[in-house]
Design a protein around this ligand. Structure first.
Ligand code: SAH
Ligand code: SF4
Ligand code: F3S
Length: 467
């Protein structure tokens, strides 16, 4: 497979500079890196500055109305920049990728004349070809789900690209969703559930680890529904895949996200006990604590089922930390339903959470309902829930003070002489320490909890100084 490994350092960028801006979930973050890999092969250098970019790709999210509308205001700004450049005789191409591209296709070109190309999440591997076609003022959309497998067509990143992205990396193992929760656009924007073959996942992981990656997060819209084929055509579960990955030399930490409660199989719960590298932190969206609302959402489980999963996870790993997503104000949600959500949150005690006001999305069953909740009620419920979840987050962080945890250091800290990393429970931790510790795990005593990060002290610092 072609890579950039042999490209001379500092070689001029043949294709100019590309900025890929990602919105939404981890799947988009991953796709953005793959787009950059692909364009790197075409001679594009990555830039973080809009003013430097000859090509700007917005990798968009359609999950809530606000997310989608933000893209159009962003495009408005880019259009002005493009016009200013053109007045100076310079070119700037604008591409809309991701879930808004998939959901709105042609409409994007109609709403914003400055857009050159619209490309969906299943066909971005064709970007070089599409950019070629979109030359000389021709504007086009390609939002067809490609028949070919994009993963086969994408080049592997170079070692330099991997290293520049840090010691923690995502690997997509599963895409799409067949669940059709009645509020959600993902089954329409990302298509049906598909798992990548085991060998592909292992090969991609191996390459990342060889370039210095120490933490792998397996990602998918429904990652725990993973059913990937091995070379003999047998299907592996996510638990089996994690067990295999736990054997790979050089990996220090494994994580996976996002899971659906109905796919939280016992074998997956069990590997939290048996695989030491699997971190004790699970993101398990519950959305609501009311059985009536869960049913209307088509979530296919009850609040009691959810609590049972949490209990089994904690049995497997007593220090298990949980996070979740919540939606308040789904059509028909009563005060009593909302109280059930508050009660569920109290029963679990989350380390971290995301919570949203229900946003009616075009084409989803929830949007058709005539019992939509008043904006003011949604606002008040969200404020109450967020106050509780924030209290839980702070309590969780405060409880780690004076404990000793392993920290994987990822980057220099904000202040001189500091390094920063993550605890097993996804908390940001900073300590005084030498930059050469980045990429390694060390024991840290947590000495204080701030509002967004923990301060710690390296346990082996004294010994190193003596050595
Ligand atoms: N399969 C992923 C879905 C990603 S969407 C998962 O289950 O996490 C991420 C979160 O966005 C969802 O969990 C849900 O809480 C929220 N969300 C999805 N559609 C929404 C909508 N229409 N309004 C408000 N929040 C929504
Ligand atoms: Fe959306 Fe539900 Fe699928 Fe998650 S499981 S992507 S919330 S339809
Ligand atoms: Fe958004 Fe698409 Fe992810 S709608 S949340 S970017 S799958």
């Amino acid at each position: 497979m072609a890579t950039l490994d042999d490209a001379p350092e500092g070689a001029p960028a043949r294709g100019g500079k590309v900025l890929v801006k990602s919105y939404g979930c981890q799947m988009n973050v991953y796709d953005a890196t793959r787009m950059a890999d692909l364009l790197g092969r075409e001679g594009y250098a990555e830039t973080a500055e809009e003013a430097d970019a000859d090509l700007v790709i917005l990798n968009t999210c359609h999950i809530r109305e606000k997310a989608a509308e933000k893209i159009y205001s962003e495009l408005g700004k880019l259009a002005l920049e493009k016009r200013a450049r053109e007045a100076q005789g310079r070119e700037m191409k604008i591409v809309v990728a991701g879930c808004v591209a998939q959901a709105e296709g042609e409409q994007v070109l109609k709403r914003q004349r400055a857009v050159d190309l619209v490309v969906g999440p299943q066909s971005y591997h064709r970007l070089p070809d599409l950019l070629q076609q979109a030359r000389h003022g021709r504007r086009l959309t390609d939002t067809e789900f490609a028949v070919e497998d994009k993963f086969d067509a994408l080049p592997q990143p170079s070692r330099a690209q991997i290293r520049a992205r840090g010691v923690s990396a995502f690997v997509t193992v599963q895409e799409g969703c067949d669940k059709f929760c009645s509020f959600c656009v993902v089954p329409y924007t990302r298509g049906a559930e598909v798992s990548r073959p085991v060998a592909d996942v292992l090969a991609e992981t191996q390459r990342l680890v060889e370039a210095g990656v120490r933490e792998i997060t397996l990602i998918g819209q429904n990652v725990n529904a993973y059913r990937g084929a091995d070379d003999e055509g047998r299907d592996w579960s996510l638990a089996r895949l994690l067990a295999e990955m736990g054997q790979i030399e050089g990996i220090d930490r494994l994580r996976y996200t996002t899971s659906h409660p109905v796919d939280m199989a016992q074998d997956l719960i069990d590997v939290h006990e048996s695989i030491e590298k699997l971190m004790p932190y699970v993101h398990l969206p519950v959305q609501s604590g009311s059985d009536r609302v869960l049913k209307a959402m088509n979530r296919k489980h009850t609040a009691a089922d959810y609590l049972d999963i949490i209990a089994r996870l904690r049995k497997a790993r007593p220090d298990m930390a949980l996070s979740s997503d919540f939606i308040v104000g789904f059509p028909g949600e009563t005060d009593e339903d909302f109280e059930d959500t508050m009660a569920l949150a109290r029963a679990v005690g989350f380390a971290s959470s995301f919570s949203f006001k229900y946003s009616p999305r075009p084409g989803t069953p929830g949007a058709e309902r005539d019992d939509q909740i008043d904006e003011e009620v949604k606002r008040a419920r969200l404020a109450a829930l967020q106050a509780l979840l924030e209290e839980q987050r702070q309590a969780f962080n405060a409880a780690t003070v004076s404990k000793t945890v392993d920290v994987l250091f990822e980057k220099p800290g904000r202040h001189e002489g500091q390094i920063a990393g993550k605890s097993p429970y996804m908390q940001a931790v900073h300590v005084s320490g030498a930059a050469d510790r980045v990429g390694r795990v060390a024991r840290v005593e947590i000495v204080a909890a701030g509002s967004n990060s923990l301060a710690g002290r390296l346990m082996d610092e004294g010994e190193e100084a003596k050595a």
